[in-house]
Design a protein around this ligand. Structure first.
Ligand SMILES: [Zn+2]
Length: 114
């Protein structure tokens, strides 16, 4: 990986971190317990509950990815960044552009069932 490529990945990560931080904050706001509303019948309530569950799921996924990106961002200048932890080959740059937090190449990820 050349310095320009690394710079580009840093930029991508920074933007993803900013976007995810906002997403996590927005989702968190939506996680408030559902208010008891007498005007809702049980079906409406069920639907609200389902929407809430989806929100929780999205929140957890976004938060996990945000954590991974933040950790990766602090490690990008280490020698092991961009190297597959399993086969120790360089992870293709195109893959890192899409998922800068990748620790494995696609082949190893499939092999490991991740
Ligand atoms: Zn690999």
């Amino acid at each position: 990986m050349n310095p320009q490529e690394k710079q580009l990945l840093k930029q991508i990560m920074k933007e993803s971190i900013a976007t995810l931080t906002q997403e996590v904050a927005t989702l968190q706001k939506g996680l408030k317990p559902i208010k008891k509303d007498c005007s809702l019948d049980s079906i409406d309530h069920k639907m609200l509950k389902q929407a809430q569950d989806i929100n929780i799921q999205r929140y957890e996924v976004a938060k996990k990815r945000l954590n991974r990106l933040q950790v990766t961002y602090t490690h990008i200048d280490t020698k092991t960044y961009g190297i597959c932890q399993e086969c120790e080959e360089a992870i293709p740059f195109e893959r890192l552009k899409l998922m800068p937090e990748s620790k494995y190449c696609v082949a190893c990820m499939n092999e490991l069932g991740l």
